[in-house]
Design a protein around this ligand. Sequence first.
Ligand code: CA
Length: 241
Amino acid sequence: MKDPESQKMIVIVEDDPDVARIIEQVLADFGFRTTWCRSASDLLRRLRSLAPDLCIIDLGLPDMDGIEVMQRVRAQSGCGIVILTGRAHVSDRVMGLELGADDYVLKPFEPRELVARVRSILRRRETVNSPATRQLATFAGWRFNLGNNTLTAPNGEEHLLSTSEAELLKVFVNNPNRILQREQLMGSRDVSPTDRSIDVRISRLRRKLEPDSESPAFIKTVYGAGYLFLATVEWPSESMT
Ligand code: CA
């Protein structure tokens, strides 16, 4: 099997060697390159040199809270992040998504399910980062660089968006002033009626975009229908990026 996935580096951050081995094995079966980090400090020390495309992070690590690990990774890297957690509490999962994870998988998990999530995130990153797509969108003084997921405020402040946030904003800037249903905003992901992740992503984007999150100017909620991105979007030529 020779496809682009074989070039992808997946880092597994997990203190349980048995779990790590299972994940490495199934990812290897699908042609991914993998590295196992047994602790948060191990990961953070090697993050730059490993340059992962995606990190699978166990929330229950011995040396650092998984949520904090995730935030540190997010601050340094635009890689995909999947949270692995044995904690069945919804709040942990929501907090993980809230803080920049792209998806989560609950332990015990079905290895193929994990691979499916990983592949889905990597595919979305490909689409979002594809050089074939238009690179720079501007609206109301904001600049969104689709090539590197950077959102620049009118005052010059830069936000590095997670893959999920960038994917969401990409849908918005490509479809301004139209009501978009949750399914359209979720892309290829399966949506269940109880899935809150889209709302979490919306609120994260709003916090970056909206000076007054109580009365959002760009991302409007259309009750019972979905969301609407209210803006005049322009696409300056690529030479200007
Ligand atoms: Ca653990």
